[in-house]
Design a protein around this ligand. Structure first.
Ligand SMILES: [Zn+2]
Length: 191
């Protein structure tokens, strides 16, 4: 019998599909043929690998790792919209606080406020009380008013303040982003 035939006998033998005679003739050949003996060893090795019960148990920390990743993702998913909202609000508020008074005064929009019943009355009283307020607030109020007039009259000062506010908003945003970074690093390290 040729070697190829013994190879198919080896395969059948591993599946317990040989007759006693075939099994006997195979064993006899294996004792005398190194090549077929080697093939037998290789094939029985592979066969054993497939027959052995394969344990597909996840590593012990697997679940906790996955949960840590999920929770860190959830945290970021919840924080980012809030961060964006807060940053946008700060930026808009900063811009409005600068632009609105300027628009108000330059366009004469403040006159409209006096037509609003309660607010107009309040403003009228406030203007009447202005002299007292200025006296009360004293030098601090005076310097604040002077500062405000500089800001509203000097476009350079206005630009500096707007830039500063934008920088502060960016800084706050960066700080929040950096706060999240260690958590993200930790989850990649443990992975
Ligand atoms: Zn052989």
């Amino acid at each position: 019998m040729a070697h190829d035939n013994y190879l198919s006998l080896i395969s059948l033998s591993l599946d317990n599909m040989l007759t006693e005679d075939e099994q006997f003739s195979l064993e006899k050949h294996l004792q005398s043929c190194a090549a077929c003996m080697h093939a037998w060893e290789q094939m029985s090795l592979v066969d054993g690998m497939f027959k052995a019960p394969v344990e597909i148990t996840p590593p012990p920390e697997f679940t906790s790792r996955v949960m840590a990743r999920v929770s860190s993702y959830e945290k970021r998913r919840h924080l980012y919209p809030w961060m964006t909202l807060i940053m946008t609000t700060i930026l808009l508020a900063a811009m409005m606080s600068i632009i609105l008074p300027v628009l108000f005064v330059s366009l004469g929009l403040y006159r409209v406020l006096f037509d609003i019943p309660v607010l107009g009355d309040l403003l009228t009283r406030l203007i009447e009380m202005r002299a007292q307020i200025v006296t009360l607030v004293g030098s601090f109020g005076a310097s604040a008013i002077r500062w405000m007039s500089i800001v509203t009259n000097d476009p350079m000062a206005l630009a500096v303040i707007v830039t500063a506010l934008v920088m502060i908003s960016i800084w706050i945003g960066m700080r929040e982003a950096l706060k999240l970074q260690p958590a993200a690093e930790l989850s990649t390290q443990s992975a």
